[in-house]
Design a binder for this molecule. Structure first.
Ligand SMILES: *Cc1c(COP(=O)(O)O)cnc(C)c1O
Length: 458
């Protein structure tokens, strides 16, 4: 069989694939959010090696459909755990086209038009965050991956040479990807300081200032101060303006981890909350969280693209034929990747097709949904809600109940199979959390979720 498809072959495969997508989206609202049935038989069969002979497409697609019914359905509107996005179909279709073009985007001169489309999204977001001329960034595969080049750039620009005395400061609710990136970048766990929180569960900036001063007095080299724009457990935003000012005074690299929360900058309420983000040296945001994109899309924005390039650019003899494209960066010189897929279209197509207002309205809707859930759950007498949501994370727990009782509550809620919530530890206490952020989560889904929670509390 020829590996390249002819026109009829593309039509046949494409039509059936798009039918598969449309059928799936039709079925999705009625599908359970969680299917924890035993998958061991299925898994065993699917671990088989591929056959020598061609297979039948319908049989193969049926296998995909069945395999997809197991586990946690993160595309469902009832998925309210961690940070839901849902996954825009327009982005997935963009991906089909991008992967068919299959162009090399590590160097702009090889695909200037396609790189310009990707760069337009980066430039637009730099503008939204108030970063100056000379800013830039990278589209990576997720927030963790996007954090690594930020830490490397911070390290190289602030502490060239031996990093043994460098210190990184994060808040109590910071995501572990900072420590993980620091570890990969040669900064040990003992060089990460956890700044305590104030009563309102955000970074205590005065405490950070004292810790920095103490470290300097001890002969250490404070390197990087990290503010979280929407903590993973609580969704709460650190006082970025104060943190940015402190970083400026102390000449520390100011990194904002906005993997979850930064995209809310598109809304008026989010922008007010994120004041100070314009001071950042680097910002991470995850379009596969709060821009509703399918998994595999995280972004790094930096105030000074040149610093990112200094930290990552290396040459190779085999690259001597590649020229430069005017006004466009070579992504291969800004981060760890050389060969990279064209990640631009998965963002560019939905943004241009739906328009930015559609994203802004959807994010506003999610903030409203979370506020409504908070109000409703506040009226359940057996529950306490430890914080008022900044954005879209609602936390709650039994007023009189230990971890086991709260865990049992979560299990009763998720046993509905229609909604799925997760839990975390806040102030040493087991706390349930709900994040109505999927593009498929609207008023009916959160009303159903609140009914299920009320029932599980009764
Ligand atoms: C999800 C998250 C990350 C990690 O991003 P991935 O895309 O999962 O790698 C980092 N920081 C915060 C605040 C997050 O919520």
């Amino acid at each position: 069989m020829n590996l390249e498809l002819d026109r009829d072959g593309v039509d046949g495969l494409g039509r059936r694939a798009l039918d598969f997508v449309a059928d799936y989206l039709d079925r999705l609202p009625a599908e359970p959010t969680l299917n924890d049935a035993d998958a061991s038989g299925l898994v065993h069969g699917l671990l088989a090696a591929p056959p020598e002979k061609p297979g039948d497409l319908d049989t193969l697609l049926a296998a995909v459909a069945e395999a997809g019914t197991y586990g946690l359905n993160t595309a469902s509107g009832g998925y309210l755990a961690y940070f839901p996005a849902g996954g825009l179909t327009s982005s997935a279709v963009g991906e089909l086209i991008a992967q068919t073009l299959n162009r090399f985007t590590g160097f702009a001169a090889l695909a200037p038009g396609l790189v310009a489309m990707e760069q337009s999204v980066i430039r637009w977001l730099c503008g939204e965050f108030g970063l100056p001329a000379g800013s830039g960034g990278l589209v990576m595969t997720g927030g963790s991956m996007a954090t690594l080049p930020a830490v490397v750039a911070a390290r190289d620009s602030r502490v060239p040479g031996d990093v043994g005395r460098a210190v990184v400061y994060v808040g109590e609710h910071a995501h572990y990807c900072i420590a993980k990136s620091a570890h990969i970048a040669g900064i040990a766990a003992g060089q990460i300081r956890t700044v305590p929180s104030t009563q309102d569960m955000r970074m205590d900036v005065a405490a950070a200032a004292r810790m920095i001063a103490a470290d300097r007095a001890a002969g250490l080299q404070p390197l990087m101060l990290v503010g979280t724009a929407g903590a993973t457990s609580t969704g709460l935003v650190d006082p970025l303006d104060e943190i940015g000012k402190l970083a400026g005074r102390e000449d520390l690299w100011f990194h904002v981890d906005g993997a979850y929360g930064a995209a809310y900058q598109l809304t008026d309420r989010g922008r007010a909350l994120l004041t100070g983000i314009e001071r950042a040296d680097s910002i991470v945001l995850d379009p596969h969280k709060s821009m509703f994109m399918p998994y595999g899309t995280g972004m790094l924005l930096v105030r000074d693209e040149a610093i990112l390039r200094t930290a990552h650019a290396v040459g190779g003899d085999y690259l001597q034929d590649i020229g430069e494209a005017p006004a466009l960066p070579d992504y291969a010189t800004l981060g760890p990747e050389l060969t990279r897929e064209w990640r631009g279209l998965r963002l560019w197509l939905p943004l241009h097709l739906h328009g930015v207002a559609a994203f802004r309205d959807a994010l506003d809707e999610k903030i409203d949904l979370a506020a409504w859930v908070h109000k409703e759950l506040s009226q359940v007498p057996t529950l306490e809600l430890p914080w008022e949501p900044d954005l879209t994370v609602v936390g709650f727990r039994l007023r009189h109940g230990d971890s086991a009782a709260n865990q049992a509550l979560l299990e009763r809620i998720n046993a509905s199979r229609r909604v799925f919530l997760s839990s975390t530890q806040v102030g040493g206490r087991y706390t349930l959390r709900m994040c109505p952020q999927s593009l498929r989560t609207h008023a009916p889904e959160v009303e159903a979720a609140v009914d299920i929670i009320r029932g599980a509390c009764a």
